[in-house]
Design a protein around this ligand. Structure first.
Ligand code: ZN
Ligand code: ZN
Length: 289
C-alpha cells in the first residue's frame, strides 16, 4: 500500500476518509483536520489566553502537540487525583511531554482540597469528573485564562449522548458542543478542539510523533460499554462517529440558569455545589475549606 500524497510506503489506513498515508503525510493530514475544525467552529483564538487540561493520556498529549504545531500560545494544567501508581505515572508522562514541547506546566493536587479519589466511596467516576471540572474552571479563572481546552474526542461525545438518550435523560449543550462561552462571570469558556477527531486518529498521531502518554484506563473506570457500541457502529459504518458529533452541534440547547455555592462561591445548580458536597463527605479534617 502506497501513501496517497507522496507515494512512499503507507503506514496508516483511514477508512472514514478512504485514504492511506505514510507517517509524515499523516501528521500533516491530522494537523489540517484539527486546524479546519478549530476554524470552522471557532473553537480557539490565537489572541486568547488558553489553558489545556492534560491527563497524560494519548488524546490530551496529541492535543498539546498539535496546538503547538498550529502556533497556539498556551499553558497546560494537570490535576493529580492521587490514584496511586496510576496518577504517579500519568503525572510523569505530562512532565515529560511539557519538557519535550517546552510548554509551561501547572500541577494541582486534589489532596490540597482535602481528599483524593481513592477516598471517595460510591460513584467514584462521577466524583472525579466533578472534581476535574471544578478545579479546571477555578484555576483558569483565578489565573486569568480566557478558555480551558480539554482533549474530548468524537467517541467521548457520541457515547455520552447515546448513553444519556438511552437512559431517558436530557443532555445539555455544554456536554456536546465544541465551544461554550461563559454564561456567568465565574465561568471560563470551555473548548474541545478534538471534538470531531477519533481516538485512533489521536493515537496514530501520538505514536508517529513519539509523544509520551500513559496507556491503560484508570483503575476505577468501569467497562466503557457505550464507547464499545460506538466503535462497533464505526466498524460497520466508517465515518459514523465524526458525522454524528457534527450533527449534535446543531442540536445543542442553552444551559440552565445558575446559582452560587454557599460554601465556596463557585457556580452551582443548588445551594451547595457538587464538588463541596463530595469534599464534605470525604474530607476528615477541615483542611482547605
Ligand atoms: Zn506520504
Ligand atoms: Zn462549592
Amino acid at each position: 500500500m502506497r501513501c496517497r500524497k507522496c507515494g512512499k510506503k503507507a503506514v496508516v489506513s483511514l477508512r472514514a476518509y478512504r485514504i492511506s498515508l505514510c507517517g509524515d503525510c499523516y501528521v500533516d493530514f491530522y494537523r489540517k483536520l484539527v486546524e479546519r475544525s478549530i476554524k470552522k467552529y471557532r473553537i480557539l483564538g490565537k489572541d486568547e489566553r488558553i489553558l489545556l487540561a492534560v491527563s497524560g493520556g494519548k488524546d490530551s498529549s496529541a492535543m498539546v502537540s498539535v496546538l503547538k504545531e498550529l502556533g497556539f500560545d498556551f499553558e497546560i494544567l494537570h490535576i493529580d487525583l492521587g490514584i496511586g501508581e496510576y496518577s504517579k505515572d500519568s503525572r510523569r508522562k505530562v512532565e515529560n511531554l511539557s519538557e519535550m514541547l517546552s510548554v509551561n506546566l501547572n500541577i494541582v493536587e486534589l489532596e490540597d482540597y482535602g481528599f483524593t479519589i481513592p477516598q471517595v466511596r460510591g460513584r467514584v467516576c462521577s466524583a472525579c469528573g466533578t472534581a476535574k471540572r471544578y478545579i479546571m474552571n477555578r484555576f483558569a479563572r483565578e489565573r486569568g485564562f480566557d478558555v480551558v481546552a480539554t482533549g474530548h474526542t468524537a467517541e467521548d461525545l457520541a457515547s455520552f449522548y447515546l448513553k444519556n438518550i438511552a437512559g431517558g435523560q436530557q443532555v445539555f449543550a455544554e456536554k456536546l458542543i465544541p465551544r461554550i462561552e461563559p454564561f456567568d462571570a465565574k465561568v471560563v469558556a470551555k473548548a474541545r478542539p478534538l471534538f470531531e477527531i477519533s481516538e485512533r486518529e489521536n493515537m496514530l498521531y501520538a505514536l508517529i510523533k513519539g509523544l509520551p502518554f500513559k496507556s491503560g484506563e484508570c483503575p476505577y473506570a468501569p467497562r466503557p460499554e457505550w464507547k464499545e457500541i460506538v466503535y462497533d457502529i464505526e466498524l460497520k459504518k466508517p465515518g459514523f462517529t465524526r458525522n454524528f458529533v457534527r450533527g449534535l452541534v446543531g442540536k445543542a440547547e442553552n444551559p440552565l440558569e445558575t446559582r452560587y455555592c454557599s460554601i465556596c462561591g463557585e457556580i452551582s445548580s443548588g445551594e451547595v455545589c457538587s464538588f463541596c458536597k463530595i469534599r464534605m463527605k470525604f474530607t476528615r479534617s477541615s483542611k482547605g475549606f
